[in-house]
Design a binder for this molecule. Sequence first.
Ligand code: FAD
Length: 571
Amino acid sequence: MSDKSESSGDYDLVVVGSGAGAMTAAVTASAKGLRVLVIEKASQYGGTSALSGGGIWIPCNHHFKALGGQDSPEKAWTYLKNSIGDDIDEPRVRTYIDKAAEMIEWLEKNSRVRYAVADKYPDYYMHLEGSLAGGRTLDPELFDLSALKGELSKLRQASRGNMLMGKIAWTARQAHVAMSKSRGWRLMIIWMMLRYKLDFMWRKKTGEQRDRRTALGNALVASLRASLIDRNVPLWLNTNFVELIEQQGRVCGVVVEKDGQQQRIFARKGVVLAAGGFEQNPELREKYLPKPTSVSWSTTPEGANTGAALEAGQKLGADTALLDWAWWTPSFLVPGETKARGIFAERAFPGAVVVNSLGKRFVNEAAPYLEFVTAMYADNEKTGGKSIPSYVIFDSKFRFNYAMGPLMPSQIMPDSRLRKEWLNKLYFKADTLDELASQIGVDAAGLQETVGKMNHYAETGVDEEFDRGGNAFDRYYGDSNVAPNPCLAPVAKGPYYAMPIQAGDIGTKGGLVTNERAQVKKPDGQVIEGLYAIGNTSASVMGTTYPGAGGTLGPAMTFGYIAALDAAGQN
Ligand code: FAD
């Protein structure tokens, strides 16, 4: 540490990072009487959490219970045990099951955070015992941004891909109604557009382009920040965490860079590392993640999560795990945008097929995103590099009816209105499949054969290779008006389209090993006193799996809550 560093005021708890887990820890610690400081290196708060869907996977939550939903800790344990397998960290997983519901109920009573249950959103592994067809994923309620007053411009903007037409906020429940074309979807969209238009005065007054209401992860972060403002908890932006201060074997503060100066900040009860993973660090990606890999495929904020907290923990001898894993998601590279866009739902829409450059399928397109990219890497290995990138292929009927990444359905946004610079980069177009195959360097005969099979499956309703649409999770994003299988339709009417898909991520999954109190551990099992790690700075409690929507933020917030209680001596 530089001798030039100055010491700033003392706190009880310093929280590094300003994602949802970090701010949950800060709200909790403040409510429990601790003097808290949140530091964030970016010029805006919220991290990836602000761009996310904001879903949290909370077994036995009170919202589902209120609807009469049936869940139990043993059922959730059975499901997680079946998902994670023998490597399950039983004390941590059991603690998660015990505390997650308590965390969200407490947060709703003691802050501005508000959730509702997405009771139709199935767990991701519906074939496993203990899974539920809905009820464990919670979806943030809309949040009125005017509550943030002067702090609004410092909130990281929501992803365009998360909003209707790139600008109108909608909840995950509303997005699902539209995507599955459930009853009333058109009216709902007209009403939402009208509501947005009629609110022009607020946008004029504030100079904001964004919807006054925000949704999903942006609503979660905004409501947490508003709750910190209510409690006068400071959040320092443009403050880069550099290293930990350790005295007599205990972490008691951090060194930060702020305004070009190094400062030491002391924290009597400890430090919570919530600075995300390392997905934005090319060297660490090369060191730990499977190859090929690229920062540009990640959907997280450019330059944010570069692994500083991971390296600081390693320097103090912390143990690490799962460093070769990410929360994978296939992604599109959109010309002119600073980060890739995740492809979460569209793969399940009927009539889109994904192939490698042999023209062959290698995965159930509707599979959960982590499994999709895991299959991409496996196939890439098997075929000697033919699956990264892969290509999603669809026809003009699909194009008319459904969105694919930033391409809104052509009934709303015809090709003539698509950005010119997208052609032959984001998407390719040709009158015949053979021509399309030659444009993207895919084997034409392989593609013809695959499309032939898909068209047959669309007729019978049974995907004989990958069972697409064979479970409730796949069908969640299918088109409820399409039969016999809402995830299958023929690819038959030109022109045809192809879009390259990368092996993207929504953050890394590995990190510092922690115990059920969120304390960082050394390889011998001893804890580093005063040091907590949560979110993607810690190795995921979910192992190598993604059991349901909200499987990253749910644990980040729950272990943030636990770390704060622990620091306050109330765990
Ligand atoms: P972040 O939220 O990224 O916060 C880390 C913060 O630390 C950042 O603000 C960063 O700038 C800051 N930081 C980094 N280094 C330093 C440093 N040296 N000094 C100070 N500050 C630092 N997960 C779910 O569970 N549910 C969902 O619905 C969901 N949807 C998603 C949708 C999208 C489009 C994306 C991209 C992700 C989604 N995720 C979802 C994943 C989820 O958002 C992330 O896994 C989660 O936000 C990670 O939380 P975190 O606190 O670890 O990191």
